[in-house]
Design a protein. Structure first.
Length: 97
């Protein structure tokens, strides 16, 4: 899968125009939301909550053009609840954005 670190910024620029301050602010909100989703995954109580949280993260990633994170969140929805390796991959993907 291709990794494009500029995809989020390009998606935001297409949505809000060439306003670097607004793009930076929206990017920060996205990052905070993505990290909060992973934290919620770690706290999920059972498989159904795990799947729901993974799908929320997938939707968030899709909205911002974060293709790699979106794919990993989709994989997480099919992983066992609390899977340590899945959580590691998600955190790493977020750090790379």
């Amino acid at each position: 899968m291709a990794y494009d670190p500029g995809a989020i910024d390009a998606t935001l620029a297409a949505a809000v125009g060439d306003d670097p301050a607004l793009i930076a602010e929206l990017r920060e909100v996205f990052m905070e939301s993505a990290k909060a989703n992973v934290t919620a995954l770690t706290r999920s109580d059972g498989n159904s909550e795990w799947v729901a949280q993974a799908l929320r993260l997938k939707g968030l990633a899709a909205s911002f053009g974060a293709v790699r994170l979106m794919a990993l969140a989709g994989e997480a929805a099919n992983a066992p609840a609390g899977d340590v390796e899945t959580l590691r991959k998600l955190r790493r993907a977020i750090e790379r954005l």
